[in-house]
Design a protein around this ligand. Structure first.
Ligand code: ATP
Length: 369
């Protein structure tokens, strides 16, 4: 499981039954959620699921149709944005083109009427933290995308807000820069001890940066948990499929015993999985199985439980690992993953070869939805 970053356990943000309607359309539906002080929290979901709307209600740019927003114990539902202890960093960065880096970073502080020498000190501190000092006198159009992103972040933290809101902050960066920037965000969040709430549709990004993730679907919260818990124990097929690769087998429960569920899969196989999900014999269920939990081998396993034969249809070679797409007898395609370092001792598996797939009883997750 991914490490829990030990945020203090007091909720700094509380959404209470928050609903946002645009005319008849509910973009956010009765969301109740606690976010804790010093957490790096991610709102994750596909385009249009309502994650930006939820964030914008916290910033004060949208007003909930129903429900309350509480920050640090204070009901802020009716406060204007500038009176809230939050600061938002936008995907477009929204930098002022005519101002220098220094000018942009200090903008919010000047608006507040802070003394000049204090502003200069704060701006310098933020520039140092984001390694922007060499660019202090440049204008935004003289900076790379990654540098502009850092200026926007420096501006968001310079006011020392209690909560920093990030709406797809790295959306404009290419993959490599994006990964670097993710670690930078984590470093800044940790050094400043500020609560960060990020909106992203990128599951890898949420898994990397966040201590907890809320997965949203069609305006609803579907699961709130640590990245490790969401990956290992997704609650629904939607979440299992949205976070990482997964194989899903449909079937009916044939027996429940000793904390294990036995499943007669629709394709004729019998599976057995350790599970605490309350299910009844005869109930329709799905077995979700991550590719890396499946062993792929030429030899038939000793036990017939959780073992299926198939033929390798194609292989995705990714250097350190390979994905094996295996066509099983009833026509399903199952993906197994194997680390290539092991090839030195294992026989290579090639295209069109007959193989066996098997996995232990604690490898899969039984889902009812
Ligand atoms: P994306 O990642 O594409 O921004 P999202 O999950 O952040 O998606 P939201 O921007 O929160 O989604 O939008 C949720 C839904 O609400 C969408 O269907 C959107 O069209 C709708 N919506 C958002 N703002 C408004 C508005 N001002 N008026 C009408 N509908 C809106």
């Amino acid at each position: 499981f991914a490490p829990w970053k030990d945020p203090a356990k007091s909720p700094i943000v509380r959404f209470e039954n928050v609903t946002k309607k645009f005319d008849d359309f509910a973009a956010v539906k009765t969301v109740t959620l606690d976010i804790f002080e010093r957490e790096f929290f991610a709102l994750l979901g596909p385009s249009g699921c309502g994650k930006s709307t939820l964030l914008r209600m916290l910033a004060g740019f949208e007003r909930p149709t129903e429900g309350r927003t509480i920050v640090a114990g204070q009901d802020i539902t009716d406060l204007p944005p500038y009176e809230r202890p939050v600061n938002m960093m936008f995907q477009s960065y929204a930098l002022f083109p005519h101002m220098t880096v220094e000018g942009n970073i200090g903008f919010g502080l000047r608006q507040e009427g802070m003394a000049k020498d204090k502003i200069a000190a704060r701006v310098d501190e933020a520039m140092a933290m984001l390694e922007l000092r060499p660019f202090a006198k440049r204008k935004p159009n003289q900076l790379s995308g990654g540098q502009q992103q850092r200026v926007a972040l420096a501006r968001a933290i310079a006011k020392k807000p209690r909560i920093v809101l990030l709406d797809e902050p790295l959306g404009a960066l290419d993959k490599k820069l994006r990964q670097q920037a993710q670690f930078e965000l984590m470093r800044i969040q940790e050094t400043t001890g500020t609560t960060f709430i990020i909106v992203t549709h990128d599951q890898e990004e949420a898994m990397t940066v966040a201590s907890r993730i809320a997965v949203m679907d069609k305006g609803e919260l579907v699961q709130v948990a640590t990245p490790g818990d969401i990956y290992e124990n997704p609650k629904t097929r939607y979440i299992a499929g949205f976070i990482g690769d997964v194989n899903v087998f449909e079937g009916k429960v044939s027996a429940v015993s000793d904390g294990c569920v036995e499943i007669d899969a629709n394709d004729g196989y019998k599976f057995k999985t350790r599970s605490s999900e309350p299910v009844a014999v005869g109930q329709q269920v799905w077995l979700a199985l991550r590719p890396e939990k499946i062993r792929i081998a030429h030899e038939q396993p000793a036990s017939p439980i959780n073992a299926i034969p198939g033929k390798v249809e194609d292989i995705g070679y990714l250097g350190s690992i390979s994905h094996y797409h295996v066509r099983t007898a009833p026509g399903e395609r199952v993906t197994a993953l194997r680390a290539n370092a092991a090839h030195a001792v294992e026989r290579t598996i090639n295209w069109d070869e007959n193989v066996w797939l098997d996995w232990p009883v604690d490898a899969g997750v039984v889902l009812t939805r």
